[in-house]
Ligand binder design. Structure first.
Ligand code: MN
Length: 289
């Protein structure tokens, strides 16, 4: 089995705008190349919002050099960008946005969700782009829940949704710039599952809800990540101590310098300075009124 190289938990919540109460579960700031090509994961754990007619979320902001992947577990997010794109990510849906050369967008609770209120739960994952693709044209993949293959474990033990990559001969709908797997799973209390991962990928398990035991002995609480050594082994074991909800993320390391600042992640300081200069001179465009 793959060796566990670290377990990290974050119970501290911060607000992104006024709509996203998130816990940052990993970031390239702290873990660098060990999590490449993944950069960051924010988890908005279930949070109750009262009904409102106000817009809650985060207004116009830019991105360049990577992709943002939004997974909606409960509630809805409406987005709009400077390239004329927009839409609503509903419960079970995934939005895979390639910021590439740069765009400006806004992310708000959908008007329908804001009006009714209720529990809101999301993940936003940032996936790095290879240097050769950082300036690719921005694009969206709006992935609806129905288009995501679900693999059921035996005995009703749980399931895996294949968002990107391949699991048990099912291919996820997301197209990616480097080889990655994004598997969204659930496991019922008392059940265990061996999972095969590519031998040359970095591998992370994100425990969103519940308590798990990994590789037979490592206890992991909710709002934690488990980082595995890239040691040529191809198997990990997941066991749910209580009903658990998790993500398995694997990716082939890019092995390129990571230089980030706020909403920009590039390979060098000069490219970051260029990103600020391009954004400030309006090259990312504007969201149409
Ligand atoms: Mn954003």
């Amino acid at each position: 089995m793959k060796k566990i190289s670290g377990v990290y938990r974050n119970q501290q919540m911060h607000w992104v705008g006024d709509g996203f109460p998130v816990k940052n579960l990993f970031s390239y700031d702290r873990l660098g190349q060990a999590i490449s090509p993944f950069l960051l994961l924010d988890y908005a754990a279930p949070y109750h919002f009262d009904p409102t007619t106000a817009q809650r979320g985060v207004g116009s902001h830019p991105h360049r050099g990577f992709e943002t992947v939004t997974i909606a577990y409960q509630g809805e997010v409406t987005h709009k960008d400077s390239h004329g794109g927009g839409g609503t990510i509903k419960t079970g849906d995934v939005q895979w946005m390639t910021a590439g050369a740069g765009l400006v967008h806004e992310e708000f609770h959908s008007p329908t969700f804001a009006e009714t209120g209720g529990l809101f739960e999301m993940v936003q994952l940032w996936v790095n782009l290879p240097a050769a693709d950082k300036m690719t044209a921005p694009k969206y993949q709006a992935i609806e829940a129905e288009g995501i293959p679900v693999i059921q474990f035996d005995d009703g033990a749980g399931h895996i949704r294949v968002i990107a990559g391949q699991f048990a001969e099912q291919t996820g709908p997301a197209s990616t710039f480097s080889p990655v797997n994004v598997w969204d799973g659930a496991l019922k209390a008392g059940h265990a599952q061996y999972i095969h991962v590519p031998v040359d990928h970095n591998t992370l398990v994100v425990v969103l809800e519940g308590e798990m035991s990994l590789n037979g002995s490592q206890k992991v609480a909710d709002h934690s990540i488990v980082l595995f050594a890239n040691d040529g082994e191809a198997e990990i074991q997941l066991e749910a101590t209580t009903d658990a909800k998790f993500l398995v993320l694997t990716g082939k390391p890019l092995n390129e310098p990571i230089q980030g600042h706020g909403p920009f992640v590039m390979n060098s300081k000069n490219e970051i300075i260029q990103a600020f200069s391009d954004f400030n001179s309006g090259k990312f465009g504007e969201i149409a009124g």
